[in-house]
Design a binder for this molecule. Structure first.
Ligand code: NIG
Ligand code: FE
Length: 421
């Protein structure tokens, strides 16, 4: 028998549509569909219907649960298209070093940073990695995340990159939310290859990629194309090698410099280029002529004290923008999307409606999940957030740090905080 649930008396239902919006750009980003006094009908794990309470189906018709959302609002669950939640340990020691004056790049040049995480991960068992990543997955679902992309990139050897990707595959198998896996073997150059960078890239192309393809461990390929990490030429070679295995690109670009990352990403038809703290007219022009989703990670700029990405300029130029967490041990030890929303509004002057679009429908698009998630539409997954009693949408980014989520509904069911295996 079908499992039916009815959510009724919703004060305001946001982002409900007919499934026709797959991406929102430019001036349309401030348009967030909303319906007051609404219902959502759920059948099994999908949205069966939604509408005004005037048209709400009779409760008596159902043998199912009814959730009363009087005074509460509903939004689609967040689609977080950029994270690194598989890691062995936090890096709070480097955090304190930075407080004392060391720079992020300086730490990395001296074998800290990503290489520090790689040493720890190489020494960690697959099972321990899986357990800690599972706990982080549970944490972000409780923050309202209903779809997640997860990267490798803290392995940096054939064995350890494969170990990370196997952990992600295991997470996919137990996760109540959809997960996409991204192969980021080109996250840093291991110390041993410092003087022979191309030998590491050979390893990545000739050994890692075939095994990843064989075990179907990745959906995407990523490169950290930036000053001190991978050059444009190296990035191009790696992305082209990934394309041979049908791995579209989602890359790290222009975080530390005007690195050419946006251009090489777009030239390789990247699904998204992410970070974008260093973006000017040229990058905007290049993105405007593409289908690539510009994805901004403001928690990283916050944590590393970087300039924020010019989101306002990008949207005003007509671009779409997605927002994501970048949850990782080095530059963003947080997967809390409501805080990302606050930063987007406070630091980048995005309107609350723009920020919500960026982390729902555009976030889904940045993971090629826009047909399944990102809005409240018939046939989409019933992954959504029921807020506490709040006065308006703007109250969410305004009250930064507060927990305004009453319930997270995942696959039509109330999320209880832990994954049942
Ligand atoms: O997205 N920028 C590159 N990679 C990660 C952080 C890596 C780290 O410091 O561990 C990021 O910010
Ligand atoms: Fe990242």
């Amino acid at each position: 028998m079908a499992n039916i649930r009815l959510v009724k008396n919703i004060k305001t239902l946001f982002q409900a549509d007919q499934g026709e919006r797959t991406v929102v750009k430019g001036a349309n980003m401030k348009i967030l569909p909303q319906l007051t006094n609404a219902f959502i009908l759920i059948k099994d794990n999908l949205i069966e219907d939604w509408g005004s309470m005037n048209a709400c189906p009779e409760i008596a018709e159902f043998e199912g649960e009814t959730i009363d959302a009087t005074d509460k609002m509903i939004l689609p669950a967040w689609c977080d298209s950029h994270s690194h939640i598989v890691f062995a340990r936090g890096r709070e020691g480097e955090f304190v070093d930075r407080i004392k004056g060391l720079g992020y790049e300086e730490i990395a040049e001296n074998g800290g940073g990503i290489l520090n995480s790689a040493r720890k991960l190489q020494a960690c068992s697959e099972d321990d990695l899986f357990e800690s990543a599972k706990a982080r997955l549970e944490e972000v679902i409780s923050f309202g995340t209903g779809a997640l992309e997860i990267k490798s990139g803290y392995g940096l050897t054939v064995e350890a990159e494969i170990k990370m990707l196997r952990v992600i595959k295991r997470l996919k198998a137990i996760s109540p939310i959809p997960i996409k896996a991204n192969f980021l073997g080109a996250h840093a150059i291991p110390l041993k290859y410092k003087e022979n960078r191309s030998a590491y890239i050979d390893l990545l192309v000739d050994e890692m990629l075939p095994q990843i393809a064989e075990e179907e461990l990745a959906d995407y390929i990523d490169v950290f194309c930036d000053r001190g990490f991978y050059t444009v030429e190296e990035t191009d070679r790696i992305l082209k090698a990934g394309a041979l295995y049908d791995l579209p690109a989602k890359i790290h670009a222009n975080e530390l410099d005007y690195s050419g990352g946006v251009q090489v990403g777009v030239a390789n038809n990247a699904i998204s280029v992410d970070h974008l703290e260093c973006v000017g007219e040229e990058e905007i022009k290049c993105l405007l002529a593409s289908e690539t989703m510009p994805t901004i990670l403001p928690s990283t700029a916050f944590f590393l004290n970087l300039e924020y990405a010019p989101a306002r300029k990008m949207i005003d130029a007509g671009l779409p923008v997605a927002l994501a967490s970048d949850y990782n041990p080095g530059s963003t030890p947080s997967g809390k999307i409501p805080f990302v929303l606050s930063l987007a509004c406070i630091k980048m002057k995005m309107l609350p409606e723009e920020a919500i679009n960026a982390v729902t429908i555009n976030g889904a698009k940045a993971m090629q999940m826009e047909d399944r998630l990102g809005s409240i539409a018939k046939g989409k997954l019933a992954n959504f957030i029921i807020t506490k009693k709040i006065s308006s949408l703007a109250f969410i980014p305004y009250s930064f740090g507060s927990d305004l989520i009453d319930q997270v509904i995942i696959g039509g069911k109330k999320w209880n905080g832990s994954i049942a295996e």
